[in-house]
Design a protein around this ligand. Structure first.
Ligand SMILES: *Cc1c(COP(=O)(O)O)cnc(C)c1O
Length: 378
């Protein structure tokens, strides 16, 4: 089965990891700072804080914002569950705000209508690798004095009006899961220009303890203070070495993802019943996902029919995402019901993600296209 996404690990990556395995420090060593510095430089922020995964990165960001009981954050429903879960980890309440029908990104006007006295921030999601409308989202966030957290897990390497994702909000979250743009096995990062957020992020990933063990060693002291409840969300040196090596390959990864998207675009444009999501001309899309919509068609094929037929042909299509608030946990905890975000619910019924990843060969791409053509008999 051809997967929808997959890592690309080469000899240079393996060498980098083996080198760390033979070195003194497997964790809290020099590779952590090196990876963070290179990442911050690539993005163009003052700070980058590495953590054990993208979900931990989101959780750290919620801690940095001082989210507590009853605080509301506005999120889109078309995202991975952990975007909204991170709010609940800190006892806050996710307020789901509907997406645009063209690109499934937070609709700024609707965001505005969800703001209350309890609103403590907005989390936008650059779904599929396409940045949201940051001119309008930032304007609204500024107008109401709300921090804007960007879940950029799909959008490493993407740009909005020539500005990198990672610099567009007060904090931006990245994931290094193997299906994402670069991998560390599991891993994540938060980028920010804000020193106060930076310090809180570092605290939270290290049990709420300010000085790490290596710094205490240098100072020759055993004493440490835990002033806050934190977690062990550190990323190990072994992983940071892989991340650093992968980061050097990122431009090529993005180039290939974009190249595959162009092949899909031109092959699919004449097939009635299929339409890719819209792309805003202001963005440089990073194509974590290539999402198509199955429209009403002459063959009366439903999205479910299409999905099963593709799977039976060995094409690992997927669906991203079932609206988060319809998940059983959300229904039973918050009483959410269908109808909350009608556009998300309607579009969810149409979407399918086609395989796209840098190691995909041209013949893999052709295999996907031919399978679609066979299904639609054209
Ligand atoms: C992958 C992903 C996450 C979570 O990242 P993990 O590293 O798997 O914890 C969060 N949000 C979005 C949109 C993602 O795609």
């Amino acid at each position: 089965m051809l997967p929808y996404g997959k890592q690309s690990v080469d000899e240079s990556d393996i060498k980098a990891v083996v080198k760390v395995l033979k070195s003194e420090y497997l964790t809290t060593g020099p590779m952590v700072k090196k990876f963070e510095k290179a990442f911050a430089e690539y993005i163009g922020t003052k700070y980058a804080v590495s953590v054990s995964n993208g979900t931990a990165a989101l959780h750290c960001a919620m801690f940095a914002l001082n989210i507590g009981l009853g605080d509301e954050l506005i999120v889109p429903p078309i995202t991975f569950v952990s975007t909204a879960n991170s709010i609940i980890f800190q006892r806050g309440t996710p307020i789901f705000s509907d997406v645009t029908p063209q690109a499934l990104l937070l609709d700024p006007e609707l965001v505005k209508s969800k703001i209350t006295k309890r609103t403590k921030g907005i989390i936008s999601v650059d779904y599929a690798g396409q940045p949201c409308d940051y001119d309008r989202l930032s304007f609204i966030a500024d107008q109401y004095g709300l921090p804007l957290v960007v879940d950029g897990c799909h959008a490493l390497g993407a740009k909005y009006k020539n500005r990198n994702v990672g610099t567009l909000g007060d904090m931006t979250i990245f994931s290094f899961h193997p299906v994402k743009h670069i991998t560390t096995g599991e891993g994540g990062m938060v980028t920010t220009d804000n020193k106060e957020y930076y310090e809180k992020l570092c605290l939270f990933r290290n049990h709420g303890i300010a000085d790490d063990f290596r710094k205490r060693e240098l100072k020759g002291t055993w004493y440490y203070e835990m002033g806050n409840l934190g977690f062990n969300y550190r990323l190990a040196d072994i992983q940071c070495a892989l991340g650093l090596s992968q980061l050097a390959r990122l431009p090529e990864f993005i180039r290939r993802r974009r190249e595959i998207s162009i092949i899909y675009n031109s092959a699919l444009k004449n097939i009635k019943g299929i339409e890719p999501l819209c792309i805003n001309p202001d963005v440089h899309h990073a194509f974590h996902l290539y999402v198509i919509r199955i429209l009403k068609n002459e063959k009366n094929l439903s999205r479910a029919d299409f999905f099963l037929k593709m799977r039976s042909k060995g094409i690992g299509v997927n669906v991203h995402y079932y609206p988060v608030y319809l998940q059983p946990f959300y229904r039973k905890t918050f009483g959410f019901r269908p109808g909350l975000c009608p556009i998300a619910e309607k579009k969810y019924e149409e979407i399918v993600s086609l395989p796209i990843f840098p190691a995909m060969s041209d013949s893999d791409v052709r295999k996907v296209i031919n399978a679609i053509k066979e299904i639609f008999e054209c």
